[in-house]
Design a protein around this ligand. Structure first.
Ligand code: 6OG
Length: 162
């Protein structure tokens, strides 16, 4: 049944600093997820690959140009009252150039990877972040109520590769 459900492709990318253990999040200033802290990303354009979409969105929203990215997760989100599922491809950016810049969409801020501001993030993030933080790949599915806060069902599976 899930395979038949229509879905739309999105990216989500997190710039990381090693060995300092920091990750760049952005406070979303407008649109879907407004007011939440999240990685950077958005819809994939028909003319680009998913990885190109992640790199483009990161640049548009944070000013950083990623030169080395790793796929790390696949997230599927199902919202009550929305027949279109979100298929979100998650990446870590380990190398990048440019300066972190506040944009119309995002206010960027560095956080410690072991002290994440989960209370200000989407409710699914605290479930899969420990895997991502330890370099594990994962596939997760989360069913949200239309309040965009309550998770009614979830699955999360570490995988060897994506
Ligand atoms: P635009 O509407 O800005 O793309 N996104 C989520 N991220 C997390 N961590 N949890 C969720 O739980 C999310 N739902 C959406 C994907 C939306 C951006 O928000 C992410 C995209 O990066 C439901 O084009």
């Amino acid at each position: 049944a899930h395979a038949a459900m229509p879905h739309r492709l999105y990216t989500l990318i997190f710039p990381m600093v090693w060995p300092k253990g920091q990750v760049l999040l952005g406070m979303k200033k407008r649109g879907f997820g407004q007011g939440k802290l999240n990685g950077f990303g958005g819809k994939v354009e028909p003319s680009e690959s998913i990885e190109q979409g992640a790199i483009r969105e990161l640049e548009e929203e944070s000013g950083l140009h990623a030169t080395k990215v790793n796929k790390c997760g696949l997230l599927l989100f199902y919202f009550e009252d929305n027949p279109v599922a979100m298929e979100v491809h998650v990446f870590m950016a380990h190398e990048y150039s440019g300066e972190v810049t506040e944009t119309e969409e995002m206010r960027p801020e560095w956080f410690d990877i072991d002290n994440m501001p989960f209370s200000q993030m989407w409710a699914d993030d605290k479930c899969w972040w420990p895997l991502a933080r330890h370099g594990r790949s994962f596939v997760g599915r989360f069913w949200f109520k239309s309040d965009q806060v309550t998770i009614t069902r979830q699955t999360l599976t570490p995988v060897d590769s994506l």
